[in-house]
Design a protein around this ligand. Sequence first.
Ligand code: KE4
Length: 428
Amino acid sequence: MRNSSSELFAKAQRVIPGGVNSPVRAFRSVGGEPFFVDRAAGAHIWDVDGREYIDYVGTWGPAILGHAPRVVIDAVRDAAARGVSFGIPNPYEVEIAELICRWVPSIEKVRMVNSGTEATMSCIRLARGCTGRDKVIKFEGCYHGHVDSLLVHAGSGALTHGRADSAGVPEKLAGMTIALPFNDCEAVRAAFQNNRGEIAAVIVEPIPANAGLYFAQPGFLELLREQCTAHGALLIFDEVMTGFRVARGGAQELYAITPDLTALGKVIGGGLPVGAFGGRAEMMDQLSPEGPVYQAGTLSGNPLAMAAGLAQLRELERIDGWKLLEQLGASLENAIREAVREVDLPLTFHRIGSMFCLFFTHGPVTDLATAKRSDTQAFARFFHECLRRGVYLAPSQFETGFISTAHTEQDLDRTAEIMRDALRVACR
Ligand code: KE4
């Protein structure tokens, strides 16, 4: 007899902190216990108890073609037959680096790593190495992985669990990070004025999606670009989530802004552990073994992850996935907005391409402070009513939903129906 989710969670908690290998999976902010997944295919997942869900987490972004796409499975199988890891340069690394440089013009050279956290951490170290400066500006509610310098007013799981500033980060180090309200142009100008010559970089999610999903006001990203240029600081776009999702060239293509460094992850690994960071050649050549900034990784450029990422990115381009994702996103948005109109509740729906979020608060939602007005208890009830009916959303108000090219119109129609019923029950 196979273990149920509940039995597995009881066992997991005895040997894994919180029973999970990443905090936001723990259902802490929505209550109840996480289910354990048995398998996933396309837009659907099945738990070990046999329940099926339409999935809008998509393993937090990587599953842009849906789960277990044939092209990725075949690529991983072919690569694995030749060896699963070498620690020696392999052709896949060159192919994916050339593809990334072709699709993202601001990237002339790129270094592969094994997670988004490694990518942003390396961007920060490289920026500090290139400028000889220590201070970094980030924005409240933005999440850039669990990098010491960036776990300050962080979003995602840090925000969900109410610890935007993690224990274990030395005060002196955290003090080098200046956290500002997103969309606050005056605060950005003042920070540069008050720290003249000391700011190495500004790091930003160009489309913040770790405190729910909201957007830069017109001119804000342009101001970051202009202030960084004027003050000799580097502009780092954290596109771990938006890269190759919101457009082939990511948010920097969408907004026509050229960052100095870009952090990537998720989609580029086809579901296997990958991150990457890149920028102008003369900057990237400051990295060891060319230059003085050290960065390394046993599994960086792993052949399976490279093969999976290449297969996924090439398939996305072959099917013009971005066009399909926009069509599916618009379709879901229309259906959800109709469902929202039927209930007299303070709700704010945001979407860009295949990324969406339903805030349980009235609008406008433009930064962390306005996102935090959300009624997280009502969201929790809505989450569980959806789950019960077969729709799996991220288990936190402060996350973003993802549509994949594997979602069908039937999936979306069913989802809207389920959300309509869930809203009625959750918010009675
Ligand atoms: P990873 O180290 O988790 O691969 O990437 C960190 C990261 C960096 N930058 C952005 C914009 C990100 O969204 C992330 C990670 N995203 C979260 C979901 N919001 C990962 C889920 C989790 O922590 O389990």
